[in-house]
Design a protein around this ligand. Structure first.
Ligand SMILES: Cc1cc2nc3c(=O)[nH]c(=O)nc-3n(C[C@H](O)[C@H](O)[C@H](O)COP(=O)(O)O)c2cc1C
Length: 303
């Protein structure tokens, strides 16, 4: 079940998605996370962020809308409060980072690189619930040249593997993945949530305090799959698929479309054991199809 994402080697392809497993501590009594390929922490920023006003989460018929707004306690708290817990985990830890400027990203990367238990960084260029000062685009991942610039700077600032988390809310995701590759990433995560909203007609108000949010869960799976297929067929870069993976069959679809690994997000809120069930289900599928390892399944969609 081992897989390679550039310089990052994992014992299996099932990863907990950022923002849906806290820092591991929050869910470690619900699921044996050490059996998974890796966990990705909640995105951290240099300074503490309060996030968006409540309500921050709304269920939709086939998904979840969230407008958390990168609420986190900042780098200092991460170092003193979260790292001691992360050090005790046996699962590889990937830290998700976001910044308002290239300088912020670089400072985060330099400091996080000094923590021995951290294996990689996922660069969150795609949170739909925050705005950025450094570009005229709503999301950094909408500007291919910013993506390349940030990744290239981070590459110089860290020895850790780098993953760029991209947004589906772009005209051409292949161009952005290509820019991330040119900057030097080890892999791309495809995709973050889709922008959306929900309205309460009794109050005539938006259901989310932040008005709009990011849609995740089964509703986005077909859209996310297409992003993975598009990038896989045109850019040579390892892909981590994300978007509506609830069961092993979903994960297999992503792997067939070209994902070397998968992230499980919204499913954790429904069934914290889902990631382990997905892992076991992928193994069963390989056995049934007589495929000797998961890497041989990547991109094997018959068209
Ligand atoms: C409540 C919630 C919080 C999230 N927070 C983050 C975050 O801090 N950073 C990030 O990169 N993605 C965040 N995401 C996006 C997920 O990591 C994932 O990419 C997305 O939800 C799609 O996968 P899913 O359909 O399996 O949930 C969040 C998603 C949810 C539902």
């Amino acid at each position: 079940m081992a897989i390679k994402l550039g310089t990052l080697e994992l014992k299996n392809p099932v990863i907990l998605a950022s923002g849906t497993c806290g820092f591991g501590e929050e869910i470690k009594n619900l699921v044996d996370i050490n059996k998974l390929g890796a966990i990705i922490t909640k995105t951290i920023t240099l300074e503490k962020r309060e996030g968006n006003p409540p309500p921050r989460v709304v269920e939709t018929p086939a998904g979840l809308l969230n407008s958390i707004g990168l609420d986190n306690d900042g780098l200092k708290d991460f170092m003193f409060d979260k790292v001691p817990h992360l050090e005790r985990l046996k699962v590889p830890v990937i830290v998700s980072i976001a910044g308002d400027s290239v300088g912020e990203f670089v400072e985060l990367a330099e400091k996080i690189s000094k923590v021995p238990c951290i294996r990689a960084m996922e660069v969150n260029l795609s949170c739909p619930n925050v705005t950025h000062r450094s570009t005229k685009f709503a999301l950094l991942a909408q500007d291919a040249s910013s993506v390349e610039k940030i990744i290239a700077r981070l590459k110089k600032a860290t020895h850790l593997a780098l993953i760029a988390k991209l947004s589906p809310n772009v005209t051409d995701i292949k161009a952005v993945a290509s820019a991330a590759k040119a900057g030097g990433v080890d892999a791309v995560s495809l995709v973050n949530t889709y922008p959306g909203m929900a309205v309460d007609i009794s109050t005539m108000k938006p259901r989310l305090g932040g008005i709009t949010g990011g849609l995740s869960g089964p509703a986005i799976k077909p859209l996310a799959l297409k992003c993975v297929r598009d990038v896989y067929s045109s850019v040579k870069i390892p892909i981590i698929g994300s978007g509506g993976i609830m069961r092993a069959e979903d994960a297999v679809e992503f792997i067939l479309c070209g994902a070397s690994a998968v992230q499980v997000g919204t499913a954790n809120f429904v069934n914290p054991r889902a990631p382990l069930e997905i892992l076991e289900g992928i193994k069963k599928y390989l056995k049934k199809k007589k495929i000797k390892n998961v890497e041989s399944l990547v991109g094997k969609l018959k068209t």
